[in-house]
Each structure stands twice: as C-alpha cells, then as structure tokens.
Design a protein around this ligand. Sequence first.
Ligand code: XMP
Length: 514
Amino acid sequence: MDKELVIVIDFGGQYNQLVARRVRECNVYCEIYSYKTELEKIKAMAPKGIILTGGPSSCYEEGAATCSEELFKLGIPVLGLCYGAQLMSHMLGGRVERAEVREYGKTEVKVDRTSALFSDVSENTICWMSHFDYISKEAPGFRIVASTKNCPVAAAECVERGLYAIQFHPEVLHTLEGSKMLYNFVRNICGCTGDWKMEAFVEEAVNSIREKVGSGKVLCALSGGVDSSVAAVLLSKAVGEQLTCVFVDHGLLRKNEGDEVEEVFGSEGNYDLNFIRVNAQERFYGRLAGVTEPESKRKIIGEEFIRVFEEEAKKIGAVDFLVQGTIYPDVVESGLGGESSVIKSHHNVGGLPDYVDFKEIIEPLRNLFKDEVRRVGLELGIPEKLVYRQPFPGPGLGIRIIGEVTAEKVKIVQDADAIYREEIADAGLDKSINQYFAALTNMKSVGVMGDERTYDYAIALRAVNTIDFMTAESAQIPYEVLQKVTSRIINEVGHVNRVLYDITSKPPGTIEFE
Ligand code: XMP
C-alpha cells in the first residue's frame, strides 16, 4: 500500500476516533492503533505523521500509558494532543504537574501565528480544554506557541525534530478552528497531498470483502436503518446472492417501517440478495412485560433479537460470514473502542449469536462516523431517502418508551412520532434537523378535554442538531410548528393529554430519551 497514512495512537481518550475522522476530512487515510503497538510495526507502516491522543492517565504516575521514546526520533512529525502532549513533554524532559483546579470547557487561547500549526488561525481563538494535569515547563528545545490564562503551555513545538504538543482538543467542534490546526499538521507539516477520498473507501471495501469471502456464504441482520442497509448493499455489491439478509421485525419499529424495509430489500426491491422477514412482535412484547429499567430492556431486546436471528440462521444452515453494520460511535459507547470506557451498551455491538454457525464477522463500517456512512451510501447509489434516514436505535421504540413496554404504548408512540415527522417535513425542516422523534414518558397527569377530566400520558418531543452524534444541541423548532404537532397529537392519538419539548443538549443528556 503506497497511500499516504497518518497513524493515531490511542491512549484511551473519548475523542480518539474524532481525531481520525478529522484527518480523513483532510482527505488523508488514517488508522488508529493502541499505545501498546510495537514500534517496529509502526515503522513498517511508514506513516507520514503520528498523532498521540488524549487519555485518562497521569503521565508521571507509575504504570501510566506510554510509548517508546524512539517514536520521537523517527524523523516522522508527531503531534501530541492533551495527554499525548503531556506525555511527549514529560518524556523529553519537560515538567507535567497536577493543577489545583481542572481546566474544563471553552477557553480563549492566544496562539503564535508564526507556528505552522496555527497558520491562518485567529490570534485569540476558542478551544476546548479538559485536563487536570498541565505542562508547567516545556521540554528543552521546545518553543511555547500558545497559552491561556491558566495554562502557560497550551501548545509547544520543536520544529527541527518535527514535534508538536497541544494541550487542548482540536478534534472537537467546540475548538472553533481545530480542523484548521489539524489540517495544518497533516497537510502542511506532514506534507500529505490529500489524495484519499470516500470512493476509495468503497472500492477498497468491496475488493477486500470479495477477497475475504471468496465463494463463501454471508448472513446479515438487516434492520432497515442506515448502517445495516449500507453494510448490506456493500456486501450485495461485493458478493451478490451469496448474501442472505434476515430482517427481524421486533414490533418496536416506527409506524409502517417494516413494510418499507421489505419494499426496498425484498423480492420486489432493488438489490441482488436473499431477503427473509420475520414477524416477531409478540415474542418481544412477551419478554419485555414488566421490565422497566432501560439497560435491562436493551439487554432483553438484544438477546431476543439474537435468539430469533439464530432460529432463522439455523434454517439456512452453516454460513461462512456474519455481517454487522456496526459503526464507530457504537463501538466507543459500548466500551470496545480500543482504550476507551463504557457509556451504555449498544444493541448492535457486544451481543453475538452463540449458535449461528459462522466462521468470521465482517464489519465494513466499523471505523466510520454516521455522516461518513451516509457518504458511502450515496457512493453506492442507495436512494437518498434511505441514506438520509434518521438514525434509529437497534432496540427501537423499546427505549423510547419510559418504563414498561406494552403493545398499547408502542402504538401511542408510533402514532405520535408519525405525526411529528409529518409536520416537521411539512414545515420543510426535515433536512435541517439531524434527529427528531417522539418518546413516551411514563408520566400520567391530569388534563381536561371537552368537559371531562383526563388522566393520560405525556409525549416528549426531541429534536437535535449534531454532526457526529457524540455531542448535540437541541434544535430550535419554530413555536407554531410545535403547537401544530402538539394539537394534532392530542387530538389524534388516544391516551395522550400533554406534549413536552426537551431542550437538553448532549452532554449532559443523551440524544435518546430512555
Ligand atoms: P445517545 O442516546 O447515546 O445516541 O446520545 C447517540 C446516537 O446513537 C443512536 N443510538 C443507537 N443506535 N443502537 C444503535 O444503532 C443503539 O442501541 C443505540 N442507542 C442510541 C441514537 O439514536 C443517536 O443517534
């Protein structure tokens, strides 16, 4: 492989894949490796640049995550971010200490624009800080090129050795000019030309799937969501009818969604593959009866899904490969992302069928973010309607119903959600809001309708804008639209007498309302 490569070395921070993704945005191919990766292996890959990520350790403590000092002598530019910057400074003779207070949040940083890192960046720029430790003295030979009120060394560089250290996080959007800084590093300092594109991803993925699968049989659990649909089409493009897709309708899909999935992927649909639909609503409702705790619901739905899927797979017999539409945010939030920790269990990761007879798993989208998956979908010629479908969690409405899930509650939330989506589309807002849905709170309260007292549920409307689904802001839907949605839901959906609008951002909330 003679393509340009930048390596991200993972020290366990939450934003590591974001770093990789920002590099891909510079049209440079990027891979992430654990900090435990052997130096020889890194050398053999001949990267044009190396980025050390943030992480939870303190670099001066015994047993802290570290790397070989030789890494700084390879003649390859190295950029340390947060923990990576501290580690670099500490190993090369600077001083890193515990600060009295944590520096957290948006912070004004004054940068030295003569540094190649900050070329075209404003002199005073807003950056995202999140650290307890700080570099109190830069390493010998380094020059300070950015500082804040509390942080004397917000960035330092040793140009002759190609070493750069940044205390803040340029990879998150809160750092307003962070993408420019990473661009400066990758394109100007490392000298990458930026000839890598999404088409290259599709071509490489199709070729490598063909090579791996040969004449083998492939099985895919299709949910109808963007991720599993893109994975299925990628596989169908690579191996055609060697692929069988099983679509389990767990009765927790949006209104009419089961039929829509069948229209696209079924025998009347567009693709070369075998499609099987299983209607398993009753089984899921049965297993969920009486269960209220969100993680338990997720686990039950995940497990039951696997049981149903296994039963279908048994009918097909032995297969060679199992496809999963896992994307990167699923991986990191399930705590499987290299060195990072668990936030919540995701239905499509972590649970694997025990009794399906397969040799290997294929996860062609494992390193991509949602918007990158959509770009792959478009590249593959998947209809826009499907590609821009909102993300929908594997456990479906099961986690958009607070408390116990029942068939009656599913119907309420489906109907309310369908009205909400219809009105948002009617108002021309469907393309500009990244994710929106109705959830059913478990709260009943008193209302009055006609001349009668009611005691019914409250529906919560959620709408967020986000780029990467790791952070999000609530969307500002015009009041008239909210009013129309509210009155329609209350008039048309039984057992609802209140509609609430959730304006919490993520963090501290999550996007789902579970
Ligand atoms: P949260 O609620 O964690 O959601 O802020 C982030 C994004 O992930 C989606 N989500 C899921 N997607 N399986 C999925 O495929 C899941 O179990 C799951 N849980 C949340 C959520 O809709 C949002 O887009």
